[in-house]
Design a binder for this molecule. Structure first.
Ligand code: GLY
Ligand code: MN
Ligand code: MN
Length: 489
């Protein structure tokens, strides 16, 4: 069969997860030596469990819990794993499966299979956790269990510490592991970056495929479907990093459109802008890409104005990104570039610095500039070490306020939206109404919005763009008209 892609789904060596564990162990050793605590006990994690749909026997497709995936790469549900803090030895605990599993679900693998497959030191069954851990410490006291418990600052949910029969016999530490392991995930290894690059490559290619095939009269879900087909058929990506966001026309002002209440089902009309935010996941690592373009293939002057405002912000941020740069400053830079363009386009009037102080930027870019990307689309670690959110329009949605460091993978996703729920109160507000050219802005009623989103790796001296989509207006129009991408020189 001829492939519709130049890419091949890569083999993923378990070495990637061995390195992740090594990184955690080094960090844990350093932490324990600072507090003069002994290297005694186990890191113990419980993997994710399968869920059924409400009260039925329909099983939702399982995807591993992210911290467990990071350390062990295990794709099946119902596992536990322990790492001996003293020497890094890793023990996997597999669930005992009923005999009829082999009839309905597939071969029943023994622990020896999992030991070999996941390249760990030992594998046992989950009902042996207490006895195996105790045995390893016979005669030298009760082993301490470092359990994963802590806040995810995007969802406000807490990681669930492992529970198993016999856990009461052990001493437990619920505070040490979460911040250390989260920080390990913030700075990516080369092997992790290679996987995120693959997810980006196949997703970039799929976005281009959609651009080439979009037509007025289609449904938004057909754009979603083309993306899913390409990333699964040619990329081996069974999961997406998040539900596809495929708004067109006015809907493109809704940041996370495509949910159950807005199921990507509008018909594409001539003159609509499309904002497609779609990213595939491969071996747990994800991508997060947004392309915006007119569904008829030709930008109007108003669409060009807003698109270039966002593209200039995207490019300005990327040209500033390097270690030590504050993400809050980058957010404000993006706002500034967008506000300047809106002023040039006669939509806004007044001094741009006054607009920034009045937080007008948050009316048009009503989300944070970007976030860490990795095993989770919104990868954790944005507010470690008591960092606090800034409670102001736009800035309060920042998923991190940290300074950039080498090895971080960030999305840069400025946007400019005309959403009445924010615009109408702003246009009537005593502080903000003076900035609006009311006559011109009325022209943008129903325009929707534009977002441009790429993934960037922070390097020692700058950054590198992992996303390979056409961005300039002439490039987007050429690709939509059938030109090759990347362009032939
Ligand atoms: N796709 C969700 C986001 O851009 O953060
Ligand atoms: Mn994003
Ligand atoms: Mn996105």
């Amino acid at each position: 069969m001829a492939s519709g892609s130049s890419l091949l789904p890569p083999q993923v060596p378990m070495e990637l997860h061995i390195r992740n564990r090594k990184k955690l162990l080094e960090s844990l050793h350093q932490h324990l030596s600072h507090s003069s605590r002994p290297l005694h006990g186990f890191v113990l994690l419980q993997g994710g469990e399968e869920h059924m749909r409400h009260d039925t026997d329909h099983v939702d497709l399982f995807r591993q819990e992210s911290y467990f995936a990071y350390l062990f790469g295990v794709k099946e549900p119902g596992f536990y794993a322990a790492i001996d803090v003293a020497n890094g030895e890793t023990i996997l605990f597999a669930p005992r499966l009923p005999d009829d599993y082999a009839v309905w679900l597939g071969e029943i693998n023994q622990p020896s299979y999992f030991k070999e497959h996941y390249k760990v030191d030992k594998a046992c069954f989950t009902n042996e956790i207490a006895s195996v851990l105790e045995q390893r410490y016979q005669g030298s006291g009760t082993p301490l269990l470092f359990l994963l418990y802590g806040l995810n600052t995007d969802s406000n949910n807490f990681a669930k510490p492992a529970e198993f029969q016999g856990i009461d016999k052990f001493d437990k530490d619920l505070t040490t592991l979460h911040p250390l392991l989260t920080e390990c995930r913030v700075i990516k290894t080369e092997m992790e970056i290679a996987l995120i690059q693959y997810a980006n490559d196949i997703s970039s290619e799929a976005h281009i495929e959609v651009m080439r095939n979009v037509k007025v009269g289609m449904k938004e879900y057909q754009l979603e479907s083309m993306f899913l087909h390409h990333t699964y058929m040619y990329g081996g990506c069974r999961h997406c990093s998040y539900t596809c966001i495929c708004p067109t026309g006015e809907n493109s002002a809704i940041l996370h459109y495509g949910n159950a209440a807005t199921p990507n089902d509008k018909t594409l009309e001539d003159g609509d802008i499309a904002l497609l935010d779609m990213g595939a996941e491969y071996h747990f690592y994800g991508s997060d890409i947004t392309c915006s373009f007119p569904v008829n293939g030709k930008f109007t002057s108003d669409q060009s104005l807003i698109y270039n405002a966002v593209l200039d912000a995207h490019n300005a941020v990327i040209s500033e990104m390097k270690p030590g740069v504050s993400w809050v400053d980058m957010h404000i830079l993006a706002e500034k570039v967008i506000l300047e363009s809106l002023k040039k386009g006669n939509i806004l009037v007044g001094d741009v610095n006054d607009m920034l102080s009045a937080r007008l930027g948050g009316i048009f870019m009503s989300h944070g500039l970007g976030h860490f990307l990795g095993i989770d689309t919104h990868d954790p670690g944005g507010y470690l070490k008591d960092l606090k959110r800034i409670n102001e329009p736009g800035l309060k949605y920042l998923r991190t306020v940290r300074e950039l460091q080498e090895g971080m993978v960030m999305t840069v996703e400025p946007g400019c939206y005309f959403n009445d729920s924010l615009l109408l109160p702003a246009m009537n507000s005593p502080q903000l109404s003076k900035f609006f050219n009311q006559k011109v802005i009325n022209r943008f009623h129903g325009f929707g919005g534009v977002r441009i989103e790429s993934a960037l790796v922070v390097t020692a001296t700058g950054c590198y763009n992992m996303t390979k989509c056409p961005r300039e207006i002439h490039e987007v129009e050429a690709v939509m008209a059938g030109a090759p991408w990347p362009p032939k020189i």
